[in-house]
Design a protein around this ligand. Structure first.
Ligand SMILES: [Zn+2]
Length: 313
């Protein structure tokens, strides 16, 4: 079996592992992410790769990184949560480990992992939406990962949903991720608790106060029937459905996959997303409906996807 190494680099952790051509992780590890230093980051990744490469015969390395990666899959132009600016990561790590290296955007790697081995298996046109603190995404069209002309495609979270709306970390305002992400879910729950404390009994008990409410409290309270928490999920579902309907108008995928941290609470909102999607889709009633599925691979999707993309380099 042809083996590769997949690496998933985030702001706090580096997850890495040996990936088989069936998507199985044969050995895995986890290290602290030296997010503030590009030099230490390259060394840490290379050290992790070398450790695995001494025990397994691997042919290439795929690195999924939270940033804007250029179209040659070599340079990270910019990373909002890491210190990379025009960072030639492919070259740096390649020289240190002596293996072919490819660098991918982490959401692209995750989408590829789910497409090949998870919820997207058997589909050819897949849009993966990663709903966490923000919204990331990856697009597979006709069995190929769509990167765009300069590698910057599929930044789904930064489509403008509301002109003049909430400020976004990207410098624009009204971006979709300011309405349909985990952070917007929390913000809405807090607003609801403030406006209607009687309907937020569980939220306020769990958080101690409006300010003390955390993301996990919103899920827990919603499961207990808390009105304010349920209304926040209802709002999330509406915004998600609108974004998916807009993407379906452009891309016409066979399937959407909802992943990321918030997908752990998918039972609280995914049916509602399906209903709202069907109600908002252009041409509805005269076209097949894309399936809306929940991601299956959890946090491993990025690592497995990066390893698999390295094999297909
Ligand atoms: Zn934005």
């Amino acid at each position: 079996m042809a083996l590769t190494i997949g690496v998933d680099v985030g702001g706090t952790k580096i997850a890495y592992g040996v990936v088989g051509d069936d998507g199985a992780i044969i050995e895995r590890g986890l290290r602290h992410s030296p997010a503030g230093s590009p030099e230490k980051m390259a060394l840490t990744i290379a050290d992790a790769v070398t450790e695995l490469a001494t025990r397994h015969e691997v042919e290439a390395v795929g690195i999924g990184a939270a940033g804007f990666v250029d179209e040659t899959r070599s340079v990270i132009r910019f990373a909002p949560n890491l210190a990379w600016r025009e960072e030639p990561l492919r070259e740096k790590v390649g020289e240190l480990v002596g293996l072919p290296v490819v660098v991918e955007n982490d959401a692209n790697a995750m989408a590829w992992g789910e497409y090949r081995f998870g919820a997207g298996r058997g589909e050819s046109h897949v849009v993966c939406v990663t709903v966490g603190t923000g919204i990331g995404g990856g697009i597979v069209l006709g069995g190929r990962l769509y990167r765009g002309r300069w590698g910057m495609g599929a930044e789904l979270g930064h489509m403008q949903a509301v002109p003049g709306g909430r400020a976004c970390g990207c410098g624009n305002s009204g971006c979709w991720e300011r309405y349909a992400s985990g952070s917007s879910l929390l913000m809405e729950a807090k607003d609801n608790a403030q406006a209607d404390p009687e309907g937020a009994e569980h939220l306020l008990r769990l958080g101690g106060s409006v300010e003390g409410i955390q993301g996990e409290h919103v899920t827990e309270a919603a499961r207990l029937g808390d009105r304010a928490a349920l209304a926040a999920f209802e709002s999330l579902a509406g915004w998600l459905a609108q974004g998916l309907a807009d993407m379906a108008a452009v891309l016409d995928p066979g399937c959407f996959i909802i992943g990321g941290g918030v997908s752990g609470a998918a039972d609280l909102f995914v049916d509602r997303v399906r209903e709202e999607f069907a109600a908002r889709l252009t041409g509805r009633g005269h076209r097949p409906l894309a399936e809306i599925r929940v991601a299956e691979m959890g946090p491993s999707a990025g690592l497995v996807g990066a390893g698999d993309l390295a094999r297909l380099r």
